[in-house]
Design a binder for this molecule. Structure first.
Ligand code: UD1
Ligand code: BG6
Length: 371
């Protein structure tokens, strides 16, 4: 049931205010006798001590699920103080990389059935790590085989390109960061700002969905391009990877997400007046660095599309040639949830305009259950 939409991907993009609300239901606690703003993850409460004491947290996933974990890494490191490392499931298995009893390994998977992620889980179980699942599918292999975990409760996702599961995964991992971080006096203001930000997030996503027509218009401009680059950093390095993944998997346009800090170490050679480049420059601690990236790309006559916070258009755009997409500003660790939405819309419209299959892209499967 496409609920009046033409495609599942379109429906799933537009239902994110509701799916995010469902993801958070019962997990944010405000007021009550202690008046503290806090969080509850029922599936993890008996394991929280072990997670807090672990020497390292290792995120494991594939595709969009890996990108969601990458988006959540900075806030988990900040609030927990535990080192967080990233593993693409197949690469962990290929290398037989070190996993120890003192590790917490977190397996992120929408379907809960991805073969590579399952193999990595079996490997981590053999090595004695505490294994935590973050999945959308109750009763899935990953939900059953992990020691504990969290269901993201985003509702069934049909489109092969993951959209609402991505934003719900990030929200669950932000709540995970709050849960692992625990209450300390020093981080109280930060924690409360994040909890307030989570409450407001569905309405901010509803606002950013109003960019639909603007993104369709941008898609029309990009329809015949061969290639698209996306630069991000900090919290939005993941947004660059995920935005580019969305564009390539459904619209079949070559697209690469890149860490802006690496721009001078290779990618800059590609810049000319033809190649479209999206720069994510919303307002956070990396903002001035992104402003300087934009200036350097502009100096090489780069064709820029800048995604920035509302009100920042004048300070990010060096010339009339630059196109700006303004999005509402939210707490930095939640900004990836808002920022991915226009890129999901862009990927969707590019695909429809280019005449490709939106919900079942060529050669891809929703759940990759073979190696
Ligand atoms: C649970 C109920 C929910 C109910 C709520 C009320 C289920 C599936 N969830 O939600 O319907 O409204 O209590 O308190 O019945 N788990 C794993 N691996 C995973 C994911 C989950 O082991 O990858 C385990 C968890 O550790 C937990 C159980 O599955 O034991 C349910 O997880 P989750 O649905 O996230 O728990 P609650 O949010 O407490
Ligand atoms: C496939 C899907 O490649 O698997 C992607 O097409 C998805 O959308 C990836 O991100 C990982 O899937 P899962 O179910 O483990 O999150």
């Amino acid at each position: 049931n496409k609920g009046g939409y033409e495609h599942y991907m379109q429906k799933e993009i537009h239902e994110q205010p509701e799916s995010l609300t469902t993801t958070m239901r019962g997990r944010l606690i405000q007021g009550g006798s202690c008046k503290a703003k806090t969080v509850l993850l029922g599936g993890l409460k008996d394991h929280m001590k072990t997670i807090r004491r672990s020497r390292r947290i290792v995120f494991v996933g594939c595709g969009t699920s890996y990108n969601a974990a990458l988006a959540s890494r900075p806030i988990l490191e900040e609030l927990s103080g535990v080192p967080v490392t990233m593993e693409i499931a197949s690469d962990l298995v290929d290398r037989q990389g070190p996993i120890y009893r003192e590790d917490t390994a977190v397996f992120v998977s929408q379907s809960g059935e991805t073969a590579d992620t399952l193999l990595a889980l079996e490997y981590a179980l053999e090595n004695g790590a505490l294994c935590v699942g973050i999945t959308n599918t109750v009763g899935s292999a990953i939900a059953r085989k992990t020691h504990c975990g969290v269901h993201i409760n985003a509702g069934a996702e049909i489109g092969v390109a993951s959209t609402k599961a991505y934003t719900s995964q990030i929200v669950v991992m932000a709540i995970l960061a709050l849960a692992v971080g625990g209450d300390t006096i020093s981080n109280q203001a930060r924690r409360e700002a994040i909890v307030d930000g989570l409450y407001d997030l569905p309405s901010k996503v509803r606002e950013v969905l109003k960019l639909d027509n603007e993104m369709k218009d941008l898609a029309k401009q990009l329809i015949a391009e061969q290639s698209l680059l996306v630069f991000g950093r900090g919290y939005n390095y993941a947004t660059a990877l995920e935005g580019a993944l969305k564009v390539k998997e459904v619209s079949l346009m070559h697209s690469e997400g890149m860490l802006a800090g690496e721009m001078k170490h290779g990618p800059l050679a590609l810049v000319d007046e033809n190649l479209p480049i999206i720069v994510i420059a919303t307002h956070d601690a990396c903002f001035s660095k992104q402003q300087s990236v934009i200036q350097q790309l502009h100096a090489r006559r780069g064709r820029l599309i800048v995604l920035c916070s509302e009100g920042d258009a004048a300070s990010v755009c060096p010339g009339e040639s630059c196109r700006v997409i303004e999005v509402p500003q939210v707490e930095d660790c939640l900004q990836p949830v808002v920022n991915i939405v226009p890129l999901q819309l862009l990927a969707y419209h590019l695909t429809v305009l280019r005449g490709h299959n939106v919900d079942q892209p060529r050669n891809l499967a929703k759940s990759v259950t073979t190696q």
